[in-house]
Each structure stands twice: as structure tokens, then as C-alpha cells.
Ligand binder design. Structure first.
Ligand code: GLA
Length: 360
């Protein structure tokens, strides 16, 4: 009997230790290993994040990078005849040294674009021809500099409005050039690097009305044989949205046009989106509660279950920032409020959501 009990204890001890070591092995699995047969897992980076703990996490977990700001028009082309290449060059060199893929972001956007782009030396708005020539020059120079090094570009960003009936946001590009500024941007990018995959990128792509408008836009582009290869769903989501059904509808609807889909700017805010704030205001304090952590893990699990299901169509997933230590959602849209939208905490440690993403 004593022997029997002894062997029972031994067997349980063995089971526990086997369980613990398999837990350890699981905990050590990285994002890029877990998804090697699915899609690259990327992260948005800044030049100052290329050293220290950020860099360690970037190179150990991810196999793709997107410059968070360094390739945007304002930062990279601050004056008519001056480019500031340093930040973008540093990111490209870092990625190449570490064998990572690079997505370019972004060539034509209504935000973070310098004023000079739309005005002449006397401050007067330029003509369609001048703006098209500037856009072409900008795209030639930027895409040309990194030709063959970047595998994909977000060519046009956020050209579709959230609310109005129109497909087109009334941006300066639209007002001065007209709706064909979008196809021109894609044509210029394709000419500058014919092997780069070219994306239209936007947010709120799971809202039925905006999805439909984006669909109409990219359908028109495809019908005109514009060189567009994919749609980027930014993926600035929260623990309250989207649903699996909404996300799947977006992926399959864009894919029905023969386009790739990528998740280009993923984060899952623990705070409700502004239109949901009224109901959720009691939790909206900027403090991370256990309930939020658990809801976030469940939301990330659902998202990656859907992503894996669409392997082949879904050709990349990129997180927007490295860890909760610093995210663009800190103070946005509510000043003074912290957010915790990523898979790694403020100390760069994997969160519950990380385990749900890598263990499937
Ligand atoms: C948009 C842009 C990104 C970034 C985020 C906010 O999604 O595409 O480049 O600016 O807003 O950080």
C-alpha cells in the first residue's frame, strides 16, 4: 500500500514537472516561430527603438518591421528639395542586418504631410499638374531609394471618409487632383519598384458602411487594372470590437477581388472606442484591471483564430508598437489616460494575450 501511494506521488510529481516544463517550452515559443507556417509577424518601429530592450524584443519575436513615422511624407520630405533619410535608412539597415522583412508606410496620406506640398512659394494652392508632379517625384525618390529592400508599401492611406456618403475623403489630394490621385499614386509606386506589393490601407474596415465604400474604391481600381495587390486592415481594435463575423466579412470581401489582405497596425485597446464610451465609462480610468486583461486575451485569441483560418489570403500581421511601455494610444484619444493594447507589458514581459496567441 505504502509503495502504491509512493508510486502515485512519484507519478504525480512527474506529471507536474512534465506539465511545468511543457508550460516553459510553450512560454518560450516566439510569435515568429508560432506563425512561421502562416504569415510574417511584424511590428511598427521608430529609429530610437532600435537599441536596448525594444530592439531585443523586436528581433526575438518579430520577422517584419514597418517604420512607424520615419517614411511618412512630413518626416522624410520636410522641404521641397530636402529629404531626411536618416531615420528610415537606420530602420532599413536594422531590418536587413536581422533578416527581417520591411513594409513601407506610407506614400500618400492627408495627415503628416507638409504644407509646402500643396502650396507654391507665395503660399498659393498649386495646380493639379504641379501636385501630380510633386507626388510622382516624391514616390520615385522614396520608393526608388529602397527598391528591392521593401517587399510591400502602403501606397494610399485612409482615403475613404468614415461618415459621408462619398467614397472619397475631401483631402487636399482629392480637392486639387480629383479622384484619380489614388490610381496615379499606385502607378507611380509600381513604376518605381515593380516587384513591391502595393496596398490600400485604412481603419474602421469592419464597419459595414465604411467596408462597402472601401470595397467600391478598390473594385474600381481593379477594374481599371491599377497595380494594387492588397488591402491593409489597420486593426486598431479594442476588447469590445470587432466581432469574428465582422472581421471575416472584411477579409473575404476584399479577397473576393483577388487581393491579399494584411493586418497592418494591430492593437487591442482595453478602453472602449469613443462611440461606446457612454456605456463603459465606469471602467474608463486608465487602470488595467484583471477583467480587461482577461477580455483582451480572449479578443486576441479570437482575432488570431480568424487570421490563421485565412492563411494564404491573409499575408501579414503587424503590431503597432512593441510593448505597453509606450503606445500611440497613451493619451489618445483621452489625454492623461494610459492604454495597454499590446502582447508585452510595460516590463516587456509576455501578457496573458501572448500565451493565447502563440498556443493553438
Ligand atoms: C494611422 C496611421 C499610422 C499611425 C496611426 C496612429 O493608423 O496609418 O501611421 O499614425 O494612425 O499612430
Amino acid at each position: 500500500m505504502r509503495n502504491f501511494i509512493g508510486s502515485k506521488i512519484l507519478a504525480s510529481a512527474f506529471c507536474i514537472s512534465a506539465f511545468l516544463s511543457s508550460e516553459n517550452a510553450l512560454a518560450q515559443k516566439t510569435l515568429k516561430e508560432a506563425y512561421k507556417n502562416y504569415f510574417p509577424v511584424g511590428v511598427a518601429v521608430s529609429p530610437r527603438g532600435l537599441t536596448g530592450s525594444d530592439a531585443d524584443l523586436i528581433t526575438s519575436q518579430f520577422n517584419s518591421v514597418t517604420p512607424e513615422n520615419a517614411m511618412k511624407m512630413g518626416p522624410i520630405h520636410p522641404e521641397p528639395n530636402r529629404y531626411a533619410w536618416e531615420g528610415a535608412d537606420a530602420i532599413v539597415a536594422f531590418a536587413q542586418k536581422n533578416g527581417m522583412k520591411i513594409r513601407g508606410h506610407t506614400l500618400c496620406w492627408h495627415n503628416q504631410t507638409p504644407k509646402w506640398f500643396f502650396t507654391d512659394s507665395s503660399g498659393k494652392q498649386v495646380s493639379r499638374d504641379v501636385l501630380l508632379a510633386r507626388l510622382k517625384q516624391h514616390i520615385d525618390d522614396v520608393v526608388g531609394r529602397y527598391k528591392g529592400k521593401l517587399y510591400a508599401w502602403d501606397v494610399v492611406n485612409e482615403a475613404v471618409p468614415d461618415t459621408s456618403q462619398s467614397i472619397y475623403r475631401k483631402s487636399k489630394f482629392y480637392e486639387i487632383i480629383g479622384e484619380d490621385y489614388i490610381e496615379k499614386a499606385f502607378e507611380y509606386a509600381h513604376a518605381a519598384d515593380p516587384s513591391a506589393k502595393l496596398f490600400y490601407n485604412d481603419y474602421n474596415t469592419e464597419s459595414a458602411s465604411k467596408r462597402e465604400k472601401i470595397f467600391q474604391l478598390v473594385k474600381k481600381l481593379k477594374a481599371k487594372n491599377v497595380p494594387i495587390h492588397g488591402v491593409g486592415l489597420q486593426g486598431h481594435w479594442s476588447i469590445y470590437e470587432p466581432t469574428a463575423a465582422e472581421l471575416e466579412k472584411s477579409i473575404t470581401q476584399f479577397a473576393s477581388l483577388g487581393l491579399e489582405v494584411q493586418i497592418t497596425e494591430l492593437d487591442v485597446s482595453v478602453h472602449p472606442k469613443e462611440h461606446q464610451r457612454r456605456e463603459h465609462r465606469p471602467t474608463d480610468t486608465g487602470i488595467l484591471t484583471p477583467e480587461m486583461t482577461q477580455k483582451q486575451a480572449a479578443q486576441y485569441k479570437m482575432l488570431f483564430d480568424v487570421f490563421r483560418k485565412h492563411k494564404g489570403t491573409l499575408t501579414g500581421v503587424t503590431f503597432w508598437n512593441v510593448s505597453d511601455k509606450s503606445t500611440w494610444l497613451d493619451n489618445f484619444p483621452v489625454p492623461g489616460r494610459k492604454d495597454y493594447p499590446l502582447l508585452f507589458d510595460k516590463e516587456y514581459k509576455p501578457k496573458a494575450a501572448f500565451n493565447d496567441v502563440v498556443n493553438f
